[in-house]
Design a protein around this ligand. Structure first.
Ligand code: CUA
Length: 193
């Protein structure tokens, strides 16, 4: 009797120790994951989803800021750089963006058919484009050069072929180009001119 009692106490102690070990391991894993989220979020200056702003999918091509002639990069009268784009199966419009180096750039984008998304190379320009909603964020590109901008939300069979290019121009070069385009009322494109 006393041997059996002693045995059950011993196994209870073993079980408790095992439970404690697991609790410590699980809490450590959760703490590590939270730490990874915080560190990568701060390192990439992650931008949480913006306020909800809607747009009518049925008329997005026809009127308002996302008509085709208004897509691309614009130097606003107040000096801000604004990029407007649309994602649809399986391309971005425009499919090549021009932005300046070292100047804040505001992106405004939406999708017309399925959920798409984009990320610009190894920068923190990263957004999800949902039909009916406008995604917007502002970022600064620290280094001139060309970056790829792939779609990063699975949107159908052509998803992996859906990408655009981003030309990050030195500030002076961008401003000179922006002035030339502004004089003709056009949005900036990658076409030389
Ligand atoms: Cu568009 Cu994936």
């Amino acid at each position: 009797m006393s041997a059996a009692l002693h045995g059950s106490h011993a196994s209870e102690a073993v079980a408790n120790a095992a439970e404690r070990r697991w609790a410590i391991i699980v809490v450590s894993i959760i703490a590590l994951l939270v730490l990874m989220m915080v560190v990568t979020g701060l390192h990439w200056a992650a931008m949480p989803p913006s306020r909800v702003e809607t747009v009518d999918v049925k008329t997005v091509h026809l009127r308002g800021e996302f008509v085709e002639s208004n897509l691309g990069t614009a130097l606003e009268p107040d000096g801000r750089v604004m990029v407007r784009l649309i994602a649809q199966q399986y391309a971005f419009v425009p499919n090549c963006l021009v932005v300046p180096e070292g100047v804040p750039v505001t992106f405004r984008g939406t999708a017309t058919d399925a959920i798409h998304g984009f990320v610009v190379g190894r920068t923190n320009a990263n957004a999800m484009l949902v039909p009916g909603f406008v995604a917007t964020f502002t970022t600064t590109f620290p280094k001139a050069g060309e970056q790829l901008m792939p779609c990063h939300e699975y949107c159908g069979t052509g998803h992996e072929a859906m990408w655009a290019r981003v030309q990050i121009l030195p500030r002076e070069e961008f401003m000179a180009k922006a002035k030339r385009f502004a004089s003709s009322g056009e949005r900036l494109s990658c076409v030389p001119g």
